[in-house]
Design a protein. Structure first.
Length: 230
């Protein structure tokens, strides 16, 4: 089989900020002392790679239920629905217009960017993604790959489009168009569920049918043994 080159676009991958997101916002300028009040919660995660479970996090800026965050000296800023680039532009503009800093540089990162992988994988878990960019294949790799009972043609991705609303998309790993799918790159809070194949389902069904019989047999044996030992 000849090698082939598959082109796929990666633009427009930047997610929008959502309620309950935790952001690290750091500010720098030519006057380091003047930036101190703005960097009280500017630490990012202490680990630089994708981690399973809960990563070590500092106190960041929480986007509350009205979609705003409280920023030093600027007060409440609407953040939900914006990209990091848009929020960065707003904070930079406000710092300049209020004469708080000269030529400020604002950097924003997510502290709770995570994806969840469940179902027929070796190590189902929640994975924190400090790089803020992860593909479906990478997420499955972090979960230890698929089990022998996994259906490669039935990978369910639950993607949150807005608060309280998710869309479900089924992905076939054997599909040649996998790399060009808009769901190939996962977004924060995505849930990946790998379905079991028919062999696993049939095995579980058989076990469920025979379990009562097995338990009844054990009970009968216990009664017989009890009678014989009296």
């Amino acid at each position: 089989m000849a090698d082939s080159t598959i082109e796929y676009k990666t633009e427009n991958l930047e997610p929008v900020i959502q309620k309950n997101d935790i952001l690290s916002i750091s500010v720098s300028s030519v006057n380091a002392e003047a930036t101190v009040p703005f960097n009280l919660y500017a630490k990012t995660t202490s680990q630089g790679s994708v981690n399973a479970g809960t990563a070590s996090q500092s106190n960041g800026f929480l986007v509350d239920q009205d979609g705003s965050l409280q920023f030093p000296m600027l007060g409440r800023i609407k953040a939900a629905g914006l990209t990091k680039k848009q929020l960065k532009s707003i904070i930079t503009r406000e710092l300049i217009q209020r004469n708080l800093l000269f030529d400020p540089v604002v950097d924003i990162r997510y502290l709770n960017y995570k994806v969840t992988v469940l179902g027929e994988v070796i190590h189902p878990s929640v994975f924190n993604v400090p790089s803020e960019k992860i593909t479906l294949l990478e997420a499955l790799g972090l979960a230890g790959d698929l089990t022998p009972y996994a259906r490669r043609d039935n990978i369910l991705i639950l993607h949150e489009v807005e608060e309280g609303k998710r869309v479900a998309k089924r992905i076939n790993l054997n599909d040649n168009e996998l790399l060009t799918s808009p769901y190939y790159y996962l977004k924060s809070n995505d849930v990946v569920y790998v379905a079991a194949n028919e062999a696993k389902v049939a095995s579980a069904s058989t076990t469920k049918q025979w379990l009562p019989v097995f338990i009844s047999s054990l009970s009968f044996i216990a009664i017989v043994v009890d009678r014989l030992t009296r």
